[in-house]
Design a protein around this ligand. Sequence first.
Ligand SMILES: Nc1nc2c(ncn2[C@@H]2O[C@H](COP(=O)(O)OP(=O)(O)OP(=O)(O)O)[C@@H](O)[C@H]2O)c(=O)[nH]1
Ligand SMILES: [Mg+2]
Length: 558
Amino acid sequence: MRPELPEAVGRLRDELATVRLELEVPGAEDARRARDDLVTQADDYLLPRLAQMDAPVLMVVGGSTGAGKSTLVNSLVGSIVSPAGVLRPTTRAPVLACHPDDLHWFEGDRILPHVPRATGDSPAPGTLQLVTDAALPAGLALLDSPDIDSVLAENRALANQLLTAADGWLFVTTALRYADAVPWEFLRTARDRGTAMSVVLNRVPDDAAREVTSHMSEMMRTQSLDADLLVVREVPLEDGLIPPNALAPVRQWLDGLAADAQARAELIRRTLSGAVTSLPARAGKVERAVADQLSAAAELRAEVDLAYAEARREVEDALRSGSLLRGEVLERWHEVVGTGDVMRALQSRIGSARDRLKSVVTGKPSAGEELRVAVEHRLEAVVRAAGERAAERVARTWREHMAGRALLEATPDLGRAADRLQVDTEDQIRAWQGYVMELVRREGESKRTSARLASLGVNGAGLTVMLGVFASTGGLTGLEVVVAGGTSAVGQKVLEAIFGDQAVRELAAQARQDLVERADEVLRADSKRFEALIEGAATEAEGFARLHAAIDAVRRAS
Ligand SMILES: Nc1nc2c(ncn2[C@@H]2O[C@H](COP(=O)(O)OP(=O)(O)OP(=O)(O)O)[C@@H](O)[C@H]2O)c(=O)[nH]1
Ligand SMILES: [Mg+2]
């Protein structure tokens, strides 16, 4: 262990704490647990232990439910410090017993900073109760832990947390339970991490002692579990405590450790080095999970980008096809420039169309206004439809993705355009109309404008340019629609004269560009709802490199 190790572990802890793993990709749940365990272990144990190697040894007494852990701790202390009981689980508030001189090591938040210390006589579940007894040797504390295989999830979690914060385990199992699966999972984890450990085989009946002990020893050998096996005979308790004769093997183990400062230091180093050595592999699992988050986020984002690029194209296509000139817009246009008799009257003189348009917008502004509103409504409908389809498309593709599906389930109405889209679209279309009017006004002032356009006045010219956006895009398609809508062949000439005007065409091109950008902006704003959900994963990208470096640093320093 190099001197820079504490700092490297601290850095790794901080990097892990910022890892979010929000997307539900396969394995994310395990990785989150691994991340939390690592951060907790760093706070509870690694960092305090690295900072103070001379703090007392903390032996955590852990094991199966009702194995006699509390009774064992009480018996070693020589008085009831942790109530034992017939109801499972009995121990819900762990008890740390130490020599009075050692109390200061455990009172503050040096170790287990997030496990609240108990106050009062009946400690709340999950709180750590500190008791002192001069009968215990200084330099060695015992912690009576809840059951690792508890019916209570909080007990299991706390037992796990306490065991990962231990300098060593005193692992208790019984003659009846020693072959159970859960204890062995824990024993293997301890073995793999190199945690110092002694195993107590408790409540062994005299007549089965030989058989049970040799079977347990055999299991430990097969599992390559290198630990003392301390056998406690089943005897009637005396005042709730195991009589000295039966307790002797565990008492000897404790006394031996109490008397040997070097053995304690060795035990501390062994567990610490095992835990530190296990860090890169465990953190590496989190690192791989972060990489999975990044690629899942990229896939989900690509779907959003595709869907909204398609939405933009849809708006462009709608403009280009001339289809916007159908329906209400067309009717209003006819009202402005005239149909039937009026149109026929226009045939004689092209200029009449302009006059008519001009007179309508100056003399009868409501018709022009209605046309403007009709244009507005049509455009809004186009953008809204494109937005709805994009949201549906994202929802459809996300549903095929595990992480996307979880986001959809957690976020109502994600597959529909947001209400804001409507409001934003209205604002943008109105702003666009203002922009077109401004274009026409400036064109008018520039004197470059054609007499034909100028003669329409700002309002008439503005409306004409707006319709020009729809009409003159794909050749004459739009115009053909207008024509099909009821004008005569000569009427077409009138319209061609208006829309074919070079100035109108140029302004319409600018206006179209602006309109598409605004529609795109509104659609992109709506797509942000999706992006916000995967943003967290995207921020992991920076953390990813730092996490990698932090893991490397621990590997080098250990
Ligand atoms: N006869 C006898 N009874 C024991 C012995 N050890 C424990 N018991 C009894 O077994 C029951 C459970 O003992 P506890 O010490 O509460 O066991 P525990 O492992 O702390 O239980 P939890 O905290 O619930 O996991 C109690 O009724 C004890 O009195 C023993 O060595 N001999
Ligand atoms: Mg107990």
